[in-house]
Design a binder for this molecule. Structure first.
Ligand code: COA
Ligand code: AMP
Length: 624
């Protein structure tokens, strides 16, 4: 048996022994006696009676071990022309003061804190400060509109909202404070305070009684110690798109998460303490939580926070420069990133100036890694490109190339093999396992390994019905795909209404709710269609109510603006078309799959259940 096979089998057959061994690699305040148990909902929980503090693991343990002078975080911001490095000692002290600031404002263990911030070190400090106190953070991506922020504030009921005066997108300054004000106005839940980090590019006016100035408060704050929490206490809630308009609050607990982070840094990324690890994402996404903040710091690496884009800040060499200048060992981003670089520098000419001596491998996730992108990056950088598949719900890779154990040959189009801890299977509609090479629902046998969500915030029924009920004994991922006869996993795409736009997960169902809310719209369908750069883009097809007419595309423009202001620019809802009717089955179901196939120029079979086949040729005419 190979090293991987042995480890995979052990994790499947003796999960308690396996994860107990992994847990021993961390300094707990109280090591768990119970490794795996069930909670009141019948959900498997890891390390229930263990006590620890995630901020202690990320910072203090390294300082106490004499590694306080090592760089913990590198902030590189081409949009502001700033480069700063924080040692573990300095970062620990900054975080302790930030925690002191939160405590002064009354935040205690279990309270929620919403963080709506750009990619600046204070965003990471805020997350770690919450972890230090035992408060539960919920970071909201800066590209989301006030309405999205409001929905999250209403669901999480935070004591505070932490924000910055602005974000900077290439050369566009986006004031955040007015967005936060609008969100709070719309939300039924009102936080006690909004704490604003003032940036030079645009200062916010703090007019409301509830508003506070971050820098002033922090200056006066005392350093706050780490508060022990139970392994099963939540560390954070991260909202992600589902099939309905309401996002799901994925809950991550402290203990399982810490163990999974440590294990994945060793097994999936094969880095050592002291190595420089760069996840080029945003703290608003799960990649940012796991691999900008928690994973690298818990493992004692140096992490990079980059406030810029792969292109235009200032050029497509930005990523190579960062890898070169800071000695990055592992780079992790979404395939879109590299398609954007390839578009502007197809020959990879800019790589010549940046030998990147320490770069060992490039990891990708967030969307399907298309073989041409894989091949281009591999050829131009001469580094292995490793695809790995995971989700907000799991927090770490379900399938990948476990190079920390042994390296597997790469098959283009495959995320390689299941990572130890994940019993990955492909099921048919009845829950029977499919044979090799046959597509079906990708599911994971319970128990899920440490780190995966135990519930949806204050909506356990949604966890049960959305993930666990369809196939008893399994977690259903929402992705379809197959295992080949060598056990390689091919993830082919979502089987629900979730789409991936530039590695960002969005719900077409939610966009339909927004579009359908326009007074002129009788019905609509939003589908994800192929895009060479962003992987997928939403396309809206709308049928207008009798008596409405879209003069010079005026209604279409209003719809684009409506989605932009209610969901955010990040939705990239840039195309809406008025049609006379939508193709449907006789029972009234919109034929979304066929519409997508038409839009993508694929061959399609006219379903036998179609109500009126001529509706398809109309759609063909409008789309093309
Ligand atoms: N705050 C405010 N607005 C934001 C934002 C943020 N944090 N992030 C994105 N936006 C806005 C952009 O300004 C843009 O607005 P516009 O339509 O007014 O121009 C819109 O949302 C779409 O942004 P984006 O998807 O970033 O598109 P882009 O054309 O500006 O850049 C790429 C294209 C490929 C360079 C970019 O999508 C990218 O870097 N992708 C990688 C994504 C990634 O790292 N994903 C993480 C998963 S691991
Ligand atoms: P998110 O929760 O935002 O990380 O999005 C998770 C979804 O992104 C998954 O359910 C997949 O649909 C998709 N995804 C992530 N990584 C990959 C990958 N390596 N290959 C294919 N799809 C992926």
């Amino acid at each position: 048996m190979s090293v991987y096979q042995k480890e995979y089998q052990l994790a499947q057959t003796a999960p308690q022994d396996f994860w107990q061994q992994q847990a021993q690699k961390l300094p707990w305040y109280q090591f768990p006696q119970t490794i795996l148990s069930k909670d009141e909902n019948g959900i498997e929980r890891w390390f229930a009676d263990g006590e620890l503090n995630t901020c202690y693991l990320a910072l203090d343990q390294h300082v106490e071990a004499g590694r306080g002078d090592q760089t913990a975080l590198i902030y590189d911001s081409p949009v502001t022309g700033t480069k700063v490095q924080y040692s573990y000692q300095v970062l620990r002290d900054q975080v302790a003061k930030t925690a002191g600031m939160l405590a002064e404002l009354g935040v205690v263990k279990g309270d929620r804190v919403v963080i709506y911030m750009p990619m600046i070190p204070e965003a990471a400090m805020a997350m770690l400060a919450c972890a230090r106190i035992g408060a539960i953070h919920s970071v909201v991506f800066g590209g989301f509109a006030p309405n999205e922020l409001a929905v999250r504030i209403e669901d999480a009921e935070p004591k505070l909202v932490l924000t910055a005066s602005c974000g900077i997108e290439v050369n566009k300054v986006i004031p955040y404070k007015p967005l936060v004000d609008l969100a709070i106005m719309d939300s039924r839940w009102k936080p006690e305070h909004v704490v604003v980090f003032q940036r030079n590019a645009c200062r916010a006016e703090l007019t409301e009684e509830r508003d506070r100035d971050w820098q002033m408060l922090k200056q006066k704050a005392d350093m706050y110690p780490c508060v022990p929490v139970k392994a099963t206490d939540p560390l954070y809630i991260l909202y992600t798109s589902g099939t309905t308009g309401k996002p799901k609050g994925v809950v991550r607990d402290n203990g399982g998460h810490a163990v999974a982070m440590k294990y994945s840094m060793e097994t999936v990324y094969a880095v050592d303490p002291g190595d420089v690890f760069w996840a080029a994402s945003d703290v608003g996404w799960v990649v940012g939580h796991s691999y900008i903040v928690y994973g690298p710091l818990i493992h004692g690496c140096t992490t990079v926070m980059f406030e810029g884009k792969p292109v235009k800040t200032p050029d497509p060499a930005a990523f190579w420069r960062v890898c070169n200048d800071y000695g990055v060992k592992v780079l992790f981003s979404a395939p879109t990133t590299f398609r954007a670089i390839k578009k502007e520098d197809p020959e990879g000419a800019m790589l010549v100036d940046y030998p990147m001596p320490k770069l060992k491998a490039i990891y990708m996730a967030g969307e399907r890694l298309d073989p041409p992108t894989l091949e281009w990056v591999q050829e131009k950088t001469q580094r292995p490109v490793i695809d790995h598949w995971w989700q907000t719900e799991t927090g770490w890779a379900i399938a990948g190339n476990p190079v920390g154990l042994e390296s597997f040959a790469i098959k283009p189009g495959s995320a390689t093999i299941p990572i130890p801890g994940y019993g990955v299977v492909v099921l048919d509609e009845t829950g029977e396992e499919k044979q090799a090479n046959q597509q079906g629902y990708i599911a994971i046998k319970r128990p899920l390994p440490p780190g995966c969500l135990p519930t949806v915030w204050r909506n356990h029924d949604r966890f049960q019905s959305g993930y666990l009920s369809q196939f008893p004994g399994y977690y259903v991922s929402g992705d379809g795909g197959y295992l080949d006869d060598e056990g390689y996993l091919f993830v082919m795409g979502r089987i629900d209404d979730v789409i991936n736009v530039a590695g960002h997960r969005l719900s077409t169902g939610e966009m339909e709710e927004v579009v359908g809310g326009h007074e002129a719209v009788a019905e609509c369908a939003v589908i994800g269609i192929h895009d060479d750069l962003k992987g997928q883009l939403p396309l809206g097809l709308v049928v207008l109510k009798d008596g409405y007419y879209s003069e010079n595309g005026a209604i279409e423009k209003e719809l684009l603006q409506k989605v932009r202001s209610e969901i955010g620019a990040v939705a990239c809802f840039n195309r809406a078309l008025v049609v006379d009717r939508l193709p449907k089955t006789r029972s009234g179901k919109i034929l979304r799959r066929v519409i997508r196939q038409i839009a993508d120029g694929e061959q399609y079979v006219v379903p036998s259940t179609i109500d009126d086949p001529s509706s398809l040729s109309e759609i063909e005419k409008v789309i093309n």
